[in-house]
Ligand binder design. Structure first.
Ligand code: HEC
Length: 133
């Protein structure tokens, strides 16, 4: 009987963990997915935003114009002067509300950048520029 209760408790926690990882994957999977592995200076808080709002078009998962102009997974390989230009462009585009594109936001309203998202990304682009030779 004691053993049975013990098993119930274990089962309960297993279910909680499974449900949590399904509902809130970010608490279990480190936000340092590909972006931060490639861009070591990118803080987790920024990687999380970029993964959600930019990766659909600017990563190895995407193709076409957007990925050829900017690919976060290939970002670290850029030459310093090109990297600096892209960093400026990133902060510029999001500050002017050009990125993510309006069409994408109307389909995914949750992925619109907040003012604080924009601040976080821009503060990263600025610090990354400072360390870019
Ligand atoms: C739905 C697809 C899509 C999403 C999501 C998206 N972009 Fe873009 N992005 C594009 C396309 C298409 C272009 C090229 C055409 C243009 O500039 O409008 C582009 C161009 C850019 C450029 C200009 C690159 C250059 O060198 O000219 C920057 C910078 C940029 N995006 C940043 C971002 C950032 C940062 C995010 C996330 C916050 C983001 N984009 C999300 C589609 C997307």
């Amino acid at each position: 009987m004691v053993m049975k209760n013990y098993l119930k408790i274990v089962l309960f926690f297993v279910i909680v963990v499974v449900l949590m990882s399904w509902k809130f994957p970010e608490t279990f999977i480190s936000p340092k997915y590909d972006a931060a592995i490639q861009i070591t200076t990118m803080p987790d808080s920024v990687a999380l935003i970029v993964e959600k709002s930019c990766y659909p078009c600017h990563s190895n998962k995407a193709s076409g114009l957007s990925a050829s102009l900017l690919n976060f997974e290939k970002f670290s390989a850029l030459k310093p002067n090109k990297k600096a230009k892209k960093l400026d462009a990133i902060c510029d585009e999001i500050s002017r509300g050009k990125m993510p594109p309006a069409g994408f936001i109307s389909k995914n309203p949750g992925l619109k950048l907040s003012g604080s998202d924009i601040q976080k990304i821009c503060s990263w682009t600025k610090s990354e520029k400072d360390v870019t030779p």
